[in-house]
Write a protein that binds this ligand. Structure first.
Ligand SMILES: [Fe+2]
Ligand SMILES: [Fe+2]
Length: 325
């Protein structure tokens, strides 16, 4: 490119409100990332945003329509599945949404790149929400390696158990988020207590037991969208037991949200499968025997049945629960 051309590659004639911008691959106005997605704002004009989005494989994501909302997605790379009718979209396929007052769910079948055009300032909203999530996530990760790894592992088994129970996409989505963030309330518990290699004193135990309530509060402080209210409630209930012996409220049976019933089983399975400061890891056979023993007591029977199927598939795929992160 000559010097003259270079100067002209950005011609901004403000008096006529004309502009020409030529950008190269990899350039963007703003970007935000979290573990499963990267958003790059390529261009914007008033309320129109053009975004390039990358999403990792095997992620459920949703598009939230609304009156007056126009959205367009063009798939550049990878494959996604529309979860309502299992239609597969390939590169070059595109989706247009106008005035649709519902949430639509897709799942990535591989790593995906797409171009996303919207007439609502989604980018700034998303950006805020993702930033909040990142902040929360950092709080977990700053605590201890063990809690961090535990939270990551839970997402996969929770989702599989939820699918086994034919949970709606809405519930699956909130379950996945809650699984990841369920122990966020432990961010306030001193590390000496979390990593104490002995039985906790009654005072220490009462501090640990507050983590579901603290977790709910933290989620509500960070998040604005109503979606996270449900996530916050699942977190609040993840130590409730089917027979009413759990905490903080002693809820029983179906008073406990289905997502929290699932999270409770998966949480215990993972905790028993891994070494804790106060307890050696059990082998898979011992862990499953313990889960079955607690069926109808700590755990909802139908959730245990679904979990056992999901766990079997999980193992059949060669995933070792003691290694998975
Ligand atoms: Fe917990
Ligand atoms: Fe946990």
């Amino acid at each position: 490119m000559t010097e003259e051309n270079e100067k002209n590659s950005h011609i901004n004639k403000a008096q006529f409100n004309l502009s020409l911008e030529i950008n190269e691959e990899g350039e963007y106005l703003d970007s935000v990332s979290k573990k499963s997605t990267l958003l790059e704002l390529l261009a914007q004009q008033e309320n129109i945003e053009i975004i390039k989005q990358n999403i990792v494989s095997d992620k459920v994501f949703k598009i939230e329509g609304n009156e007056g909302v126009f959205e367009f997605f063009y798939l550049l790379k990878g494959r996604i599945k529309y979860l309502d009718n299992d239609k597969i979209l390939n590169p070059g396929d595109y989706i247009t949404i106008r005035n649709l007052k519902q949430q639509i769910y897709f799942k990535t079948l591989s790593e995906v790149d797409l171009i996303y055009v919207t007439n609502t300032p989604i980018f700034s909203n998303k950006q805020e929400e993702i930033k909040s999530l990142l902040e929360l996530n950092e709080e977990i990760e700053a605590r201890d390696q063990q809690t961090r790894d535990h939270c990551r592992r839970l997402q996969d088994l929770s989702r599989r158990t939820g699918e086994e129970l034919n949970l709606s996409q809405d519930k699956l989505f909130s379950l996945i988020f809650a699984s990841f963030l369920h122990d966020i309330g432990k961010a306030n518990v001193p590390v000496e207590i979390l990593q104490k290699p002995a039985k906790l004193s009654p005072e220490e135990w009462s501090i640990v037991k507050k983590h579901p309530e603290k977790g709910k509060k933290m989620i509500l402080e960070h998040m604005t969208s109503s979606f996270f209210e449900r996530v916050a409630d699942i977190i609040l209930q993840h130590h409730e037991n089917y027979d009413g012996t759990g905490y903080p409220h002693g809820l029983a049976g179906d008073e406990i949200m289905i997502e929290a019933q699932i999270l409770s089983v998966v949480d215990s399975y993972d905790a028993m499968s891994h070494r804790r400061p106060y307890q050696e890891a059990k082998n898979r056979k011992e862990v499953l025997a313990e889960i079955k023993r607690c069926k109808g007591q700590q755990f909802a029977p139908k959730v245990v049945d679904a979990f056992l199927k999901a766990e079997e598939r999980f193992i059949a795929e060669g995933i070792n629960p003691q290694e998975l992160i």
